[in-house]
Design a protein around this ligand. Structure first.
Ligand SMILES: [Zn+2]
Ligand SMILES: [Zn+2]
Length: 210
């Protein structure tokens, strides 16, 4: 009844077996199959990582998702990232076996679209906030938090005599901010250029805060 592992001759009375192989040889086999460096593309400006069509915070969930994509059909459960090493457990669902393993991560620098735009002073819309300083500042802060929350950005904030101009990265987000806060801006449009043969406009939202 006692099984002998065909690789190392360990016996099933002392070791767990997965099929005909002992646990130690099964673990070695799993490790050998997933043994490769994991490449992660990282934005050198904001540190977010690409997974795979978008950029996400460089946290454990992101790292785990990237590794899982690269070692299919095995799965990886991340313990922790230490320096350039992702320590955790590789799971082989077909054998219901798992092995501790640490992946070496090689980071590839890039600039994400958001940071590239930010660096170039990109903006699609301007909020012209006018009125008392306190109200203007409060509204500018709200715009800033709103855009950052949705991974967009403020490219410039300029104080003028009777208010502040806030230059923002997205017309779509600007419109949703206006709607959500039930603001009644005076809209105007400035021709910016051509994009795919179409005229492209920047929106200006003039808002009185009295
Ligand atoms: Zn064995
Ligand atoms: Zn970035």
């Amino acid at each position: 009844m006692v099984k002998h592992c065909p690789i190392c001759n360990r016996t099933s009375d002392k070791f767990t077996f997965y099929g005909e192989f002992c646990s130690e040889c099964t673990k070695k086999d799993i490790v050998a199959k997933v043994n490769k460096d994991i490449e992660i593309t990282r934005c050198k400006r904001c540190g977010r990582i690409r997974i795979p069509s978008m950029f996400a915070p460089p946290d454990g969930d992101g790292v785990e998702a990237i590794i899982n994509r690269q070692i299919k059909p095995y799965r990886f459960k991340l313990g922790e990232v230490v320096g350039n090493k992702a320590e955790g457990m590789v799971i082989d669902d077909s054998k219901r076996a798992e092995a501790d393993y640490g992946f070496e991560i090689s980071f590839k620098d890039t600039l994400c679209e958001r940071c590239a735009r930010l660096a170039s002073g990109y903006y699609e819309a301007v909020f012209q906030l006018r009125g008392g300083r306190k109200k203007v500042d409060a509204m500018a802060g709200r715009i800033e938090r709103y855009f950052e929350h949705y991974s967009e950005f403020i490219s410039r904030i300029t104080d003028v005599d009777n208010g502040t101009d806030v230059y923002v990265s997205s017309k779509t987000m600007a419109t949703s901010f206006v709607k959500r806060n039930r603001l009644k801006p005076t809209m105007s449009y400035t021709l910016w250029g051509l994009k795919n043969g179409k005229r492209f406009y920047r929106n200006t939202y003039a808002i009185r805060l009295d």
